[in-house]
Structures are given as C-alpha cells and as structure tokens.
Design a binder for this molecule. Structure first.
Ligand code: CA
Length: 417
C-alpha cells in the first residue's frame, strides 16, 4: 500500500511522520483551554473531540471523545477502532466533500501542548531483547551466566509503576538511592551517578481480558504502540535487583511519546520474531508475524550543545513480541485492563552502535562514547535524551513523534531536614 493522499498538503510529503496512513491518537491543548483528544495529520492536530461534538464523527452511538484521554475508544474494541480510522480517512482524503466543515478543527502542531494520550492502568516491563539481556547479563554476572536459564522459554518481566509514566517533554529529576559497589564498601545514600535510558517500545492494551488468552487474542487486544524510555539508575539497580528484580532503580520516571500509533497503521510493517533457539511451549506460539520493522534511534544533547545520535536499532531485533508478552502475562489468570502499558524491554541490536542503553554503549562506563564536544558513560545533568522511531513505506513514513526527557540535577539530600 502506498501513500493515502490528503487535502492536508503537509501530510503528503514522503518524510512527514503523520500522513493519512498514520492517524496517531494524542491529547492536546490550545492556550489555556482544557485538553482534548486529537489526531496528528501533517503539521496539524485534528480536534476529534470537536468533530464528535459537531456530529461529524460518531463512534459506537455514544460520545467516546468527551474526555481528555483515549481510554474509552480503546475499551470499545477493534470494530470501533476500524470505524474511527475509516471515518477520519474519508473526512481527510483528497477530494473529501466535508473539507470545509473539518478544516476549522485543524490546529498547527507548533501551537499546541501535548499531554498523556491515555490513562495508564498498570505498567509492566519486560526484558525481551536478546542482545540487551546478553550484554547486561555479561556485565552483571559474567559471560558464563549472561542469559538466565529461563530466558529462552519465558518472556520475563516485572510489575512496574503506572505512577512513573510521564509524557514526552517532562523533565526527569536525577534520583537519590541506596548504592553499594566497588566504590562503596558499605551502602551509601546518594544521587545516582549512573543514570541511564532504556530504548523500548510500549504496547498499549485496548480491550480488557479475564483469564488466559492466546497470542492471537492478545494481538487483537493491543490498541497501539508508543516509544518508551525506561529511565534506569544502574548503581541503584545493581545493588537492589536480586532476588526480586528492579525496584527503585526504575521508579523515577518512564517517558512515553505523545502519540499512540494504532496497530492498523503498522500492519504493512509486520515482521516475524527470529528463529527460536529452543522450541517454545504451545501457548506462546505465534499465528503470524508479530513484530514490526520500526527504525529507532537515540540522541543525546548536552545543555547548549549539539545533538549526537548515539544509537540506531530496530524493533525487529526483539526475541519476543508484545503479543507473546501479553499472552504470557495472562497465563496465571491475571486480568488485563484497558490502559495497561507493556514495555518491550531494551531494544539493542548486534553491533556496538545499536545498543539501546548507555550501560551497554559505554560497557558499564569502561568505554565512554564520543559525543560532539565530549564523551559520556552515563547521563550528565541537563542532558536531553530523545528517542525517535519510524516505519518507511512506499512514498510515506509512519512516525511516532519524539520521546524527549531532560535530566535535571538532583535535589539537596531529601532527608536533611
Ligand atoms: Ca526496561
């Protein structure tokens, strides 16, 4: 499928991240107005809450867009998601009869503020990148025990904190925490000195489930995907993580991109998971390709300095798909809710410059990487980290919008009172 042309001319450029093929879901505000639901098209956001109020967009016979989050549409299920895309495509396509009625609901993206696109019900983070798991395991436990014995059988994960999830553009305060390591023979409480990113993709659950679901059912439950930065304090993590996994090291913030790219926009880019090294149990078998060919990059910009792209990789590098992770998540009978967010795990490729965290890029700080005007082992105060992702179609691009966070200095000792 090629570009679907729109009367919004900026949406027809081959490198525009928001063509009519994309229609990602966000929440925006104009000036002092209350936030509303919007769809990105070209260099504009389309006020779909306004379209619904005006009777130009009717979904499921009831208002679903009168709230500043997409959860009601997400919960309504695949038939409504399809109807939304079909109606918006008709309204925005070249030659659409409703152009004059729709045009007043377009606002330049440069003039709006973007907010959290959905209410996060719960957040689970996985560990499904083989290169990342091998790299981190080698550093933490040695090459012999790099990949845990369960890793090739189970998409392993931990229950994170929904309260940690923030939208792109939110500053991230360097955390304090308890550390112990080669530099600390006894535990110390101090600002993290090894603060890091994790380049991930987040799957957003639309329809809820009760009881175990298959991989195919799990895939059908997924509304869309966002870029996700799982900020990680490596010095805190190394001391706290055994035996129950990461805790405070991952709880400072998790940044997501402001647009949910619906699964339908990604369909042309489906690609299979790699060959299984050991057979998976039947409940994890995939009925078809469940990964996507999404080119990803990480950029680092010091305060007042020039940006350097420090990593380039692809979501197709994952060993487990989000559908497999979601299916596995339900095996215990765990109910999944509208607005559940599943982090993929860090997406690293096989080469040094395709590693999705500074921990890997600088090999635990032993091999600082070059950036314009300096070097980095971990994030320094006032560095801005930006994740980007895009799929390249025939004559068009599906973009995610940027996932940006600036790390601001730690506060004074929070317990010195
Ligand atoms: Ca992670």
């Amino acid at each position: 499928m090629g570009l679907i042309r729109s009367w919004v001319q900026s949406a027809n450029a081959a490198d525009c991240p928001f063509p009519l093929n994309n229609l990602p879901c966000g929440v925006f505000s104009l000036g002092e107005d209350e936030p509303r639901c919007g769809i990105a098209i070209g260099t504009f956001v389309l006020d779909v809450t306004g379209l619904e109020e005006e009777g130009l967009l009717t979904l499921d016979g009831a208002p679903l867009l009168g709230v500043p989050f997409w959860n009601e549409v997400m919960a309504a299920g695949p038939a409504v998601w399809h109807a939304l895309r079909a109606r918006l495509t008709a309204l925005l396509a070249e030659g659409a009869a409703e152009r004059a009625a729709v045009e007043p609901f377009l606002h330049p993206l440069s003039q709006v503020a973007l907010h959290m696109p959905f209410l996060v019900s719960e957040y689970t983070d996985f560990y499904a990148g083989r290169h990342h798991a091998t790299n981190v395991g080698t550093m933490f436990r040695g090459a012999e025990n790099a990949l845990p014995p369960n890793w090739l059988h189970i998409p392993i994960g931990y229950n994170g904190r929904a309260s940690s999830v923030v939208v792109s553009g939110t500053d991230v305060r360097r955390p304090w925490g308890q550390v112990k390591g080669p530099d600390h023979p006894v535990p110390a409480f101090q600002p993290s000195r090894r603060f890091d990113i994790e380049l991930e993709l987040g799957a957003v659950v639309g329809t809820p489930s009760e009881g175990p679901v298959t991989v195919a059912e799990a895939d059908a439950m997924i509304f869309g995907y966002v870029l996700l930065n799982d900020w990680s304090a490596r010095d805190i993590q190394a001391w706290e993580y055994q035996p129950l996994g990461p805790f405070q090291a991952k709880a400072t913030a998790t940044t997501i991109s402001p647009w949910i790219v619906m699964k339908a926009a990604l369909e042309p880019f489906r690609t299979p998971t790699p060959a299984r090294e050991v057979p998976l149990l039947p409940y994890l078998h995939e009925p078809g390709p469940m990964l996507y060919d999404i080119a990803l990059e990480v950029a680092l910009q010091p305060e007042g300095g020039t940006e350097t792209v420090i990593a380039r990789t692809n979501y197709a590098e994952m060993y487990y798909s989000a559908a497999q992770q979601l299916a596995h998540h339900t095996t215990s009978g765990c109910a999944m809710n509208t607005g559940d967010l599943l982090g993929s795990g860090t997406i690293s490729g096989p080469t040094k410059d395709s590693r999705g965290s500074l921990l890997e890029l600088s090999w635990g700080g032993k091999e600082p990487i070059a950036i314009t005007g300096g070097t980095r082992s971990f994030i320094e105060d006032n560095d801005t980290l930006t994740l980007r992702g895009q799929c390249r179609g025939a004559g068009y691009t599906i973009g995610f919008g940027e996932c940006v966070g600036k790390v601001i200095p730690a506060l004074a000792d929070p317990y010195a009172r």
